[in-house]
Ligand binder design. Structure first.
Ligand SMILES: CC(C)=CCC/C(C)=C(\C)COP(=O)(O)OP(=O)(O)O
Length: 395
């Protein structure tokens, strides 16, 4: 069979034609100001294969989107203007509380954030998982994802940017190297195995990373796990980059900071969307450069939401803090208010680009890709809603 005869183009359908017409037509009047709750082209369609809204099969009906709770808008912390971002798809407070209680109990059990657990409890990372992953209401899957996220946050706090937790620029590289070994186990010759094991157990961040990823591995296929290892390695490169600026006392340019926020980002969390949802996006689609472009734009935007909402907290911190408005203000010599407005524009541009490109990709990709991109859109909504309400940023 020739290569040409094996290549199959998807048959043109009405929805493809509609999308092409939408993309080609100039915006009629103003650009839409409120982001839709569901990513265009991924909502249930009247024709074509239906996209399951959650795990399918016997006993899984409880895990469908919208079964419990209601959609929630982001709300707004003082000083953060309206963002182009979908609303959270559900707000199941009881589920969030359950996941948060289990997460804090886990952290306590392994000695993570010892003496500061009240702040961890109040930040309510369980609620973040509940809001960001509306296509499951299995508390254990949400807990596994929450452990990984909290462990990644702890890596940042303990090693990178919180001197009161022991961070020191000179130690950063050594710490991150061992932290990565806690995620993707190192395999030393036998005579060194005990020393490695001791090192993995003696530091709460390493214990947390190892425990979190071991838990997640129950739900992830090997290629999904390899994908997450890659995203964590990239995250740690970003931590190192920030450490370098900090030790040099240098403020990056805006373009450089944005490239940084793509890697020092929520991507390791966003990339778990299918694992948490109970399906597997094929590796070839996750790695497709068009998918990667869309997903990284979304995760950068989600991370800029963090920059905007954490400004007040960072303003009161004693150390050097980086965020987009600060970098914009330094480069453009503008007021803090103007820098915030400019940062919002950058955020919104990324979200709109994701919306358009993901909608197009959804039409030609697999059902799993369609569901994954819809999940990323939902993640954006949950992330913004959490930042708008968490005492971590609104205290
Ligand atoms: C959960 C996860 C993958 C985190 C990685 C990146 C990270 C620590 C953030 C996006 C948060 O940034 P920041 O250091 O500014 O954190 P806070 O504002 O202190 O929450």
């Amino acid at each position: 069979m020739s290569l040409l005869s094996r290549m199959t183009a998807p048959a043109a359908r009405h929805d493809v034609a509609r999308l092409v017409a939408t993309l080609l037509s100039p915006h009629q009047g103003a650009v839409r100001t409120a982001a839709p709750a569901e990513l265009p082209t991924t909502a249930a369609r009247s024709k074509g294969p239906a996209l399951p809204a959650g795990p399918t099969g016997l006993g899984t009906s409880a895990a469908r989107i919208g079964r419990r709770g209601t959609a929630v808008a982001g709300g707004g912390a003082a000083g953060v203007p309206e963002l182009y971002c979908p609303p959270a798809l559900r707000d199941d407070r009881a589920l969030g509380e359950e996941v948060n209680a289990r997460l804090v109990a886990w952290a306590e059990g392994i000695g993570l954030y010892a003496g500061r657990l009240d702040r961890v409890r109040a930040a309510d990372f369980g609620r973040l998982m509940m809001l960001a992953h509306p296509d499951t209401d299995d508390p254990d899957r949400l807990l596994a994802a929450g452990k990984c996220a909290l462990a990644e946050w702890a890596t940042d706090d303990y090693y990178c940017d919180d001197e009161t937790m022991g961070s020191a620029p000179a130690l950063l590289g050594a710490h991150l190297g061992l932290a990565y070994a806690a995620v993707d186990p190192t395999h030393p010759p036998l005579r060194h195995a005990r020393a490695v094991e001791r090192a993995m157990r003696e530091d709460p961040v390493r214990v947390a990373l190892r425990s979190g990823f071991t838990h997640l591995a129950r739900y992830a296929e090997p290629d999904q796990l390899a994908r997450l290892h890659h995203e964590v390695a990239v995250l740690f490169v970003g931590y190192g980059q920030e450490g370098s600026w900090r030790s040099q006392g240098r403020t990056p340019e805006v373009w450089e900071y944005l490239a940084h926020r793509q890697i020092n980002s929520f991507l390791p969390c966003v990339a778990m969307t299918d694992v948490v949802g109970g399906y597997a996006l094929p590796a070839a689609e996750y790695g497709d450069p068009r998918v990667r472009r869309a997903v990284t734009m979304a995760s950068t935007a989600a991370t800029l939401v963090n920059d905007l909402y954490s400004m007040a907290k960072e303003h009161h911190s004693s150390g050097v803090e980086f965020n987009l408005p600060g970098v914009v203000a330094a480069e453009e010599r503008c007021s803090p208010r103007e820098a915030v407005e400019r940062s919002v524009e950058i955020h919104d541009e990324l979200v709109r680009a994701f919306e358009t490109e993901a909608a197009a990709l959804s039409l030609t990709g697999s059902p799993q890709l369609r569901r994954f991109l819809a999940g990323v859109w939902a993640w954006l909504g949950g992330n913004r809603a959490w930042h708008a309400g968490s005492p971590r940023y609104n205290g």
